[in-house]
Design a protein around this ligand. Sequence first.
Ligand code: DOR
Ligand code: ZN
Length: 346
Amino acid sequence: MHELTLTRPDDWHTHLRDGAALATTVPHTARQFARAIVMPNLAPPVTTLEQADAYRERICAHIPGGTAFTPLMTLYLTDATTPETIIAAAASGRIAAVKLYPAGATTHSSAGVTALEKVYPALAAMEEADLPLLVHGEVTDDDVDVFDREKVFIERCLEPLTVKFPALRIVFEHITTADAVDFVHAAPRTVAATITPQHLLFNRNALLVGGVHPHHYCLPVLKRERHRRALREAATSGHPRFFLGTDSAPHERRRKESACGCAGIYSAHAALELYAGVFEEAGALDRLEGFCALHGAAFYRLPVNTNRVRLVREPWQVPDSYELGDGRVIPLCAGATLNWRLVHEH
Ligand code: DOR
Ligand code: ZN
């Protein structure tokens, strides 16, 4: 197959950042996707409807002319989020979901949730208002190994949440383990998961063999090969509760190549091309459209996009870096040759 046309896809998990970074992240994302769930982990975090509205305006100022792109805004859940905030957000129609970061789990998560019980009133309001909960699924306890944090989160937090709030729609974000795949398969239909390109392409050797590779460091961290295989199988299976979420998360080069490098991998420059390569290798190009453009919309209860994108099998080389604010970001697969190229939309 040399050419593919697909319903224009959506990214159900991205970090666009703020300020000057938007000049890079927004055009890249809008070129690839019709809509994107925009994560609220700014500093300070986006915790109110007013902050989300203002952030949307800043994003929209960077959408290139002639490109249709809708940022889907989210709120950052904290111990102090009130049911009233949730009710107002849901009633506005301008908030697509609410994100739960366990405090200390990742970039800008210090304002996150310190104990699940503290957010039960907010979660009850979300369940009532049918506002989806997006979850960074890792425990943060010092005594839990970083490679086990997702599995332990499932047992201690996620499974109990699905029992306590049976009608709450939950997206288990950026899953990285066979345990998470198994959990989603066994979970009620209120639970779905996003999968990133890096967790489909790489295992933890890409992070640690032959030296430390900071541009392959993200959270949850890359896992063993057996987990990557389970994720590949889930993504390419056609199962409707697995869908695309890049977790594209740019950090300026010096913040990654550092004695304490930031977590986050930038993939907005070539997301669809990267996923297409994975699906081609799995012999599942016929299932790419479901994963990229249909399953997420159905779960979020949003209309499927009506226009299309075209991918051609035409090798191209990923640039070594892109501008990001007053520095550079090293993108996923920098300098590598990708087989698929996104050409234009109809
Ligand atoms: O690697 C990550 N980077 N994981 C996250 O959960 C957050 C993200 C970021 O914002 O940099
Ligand atoms: Zn993320």
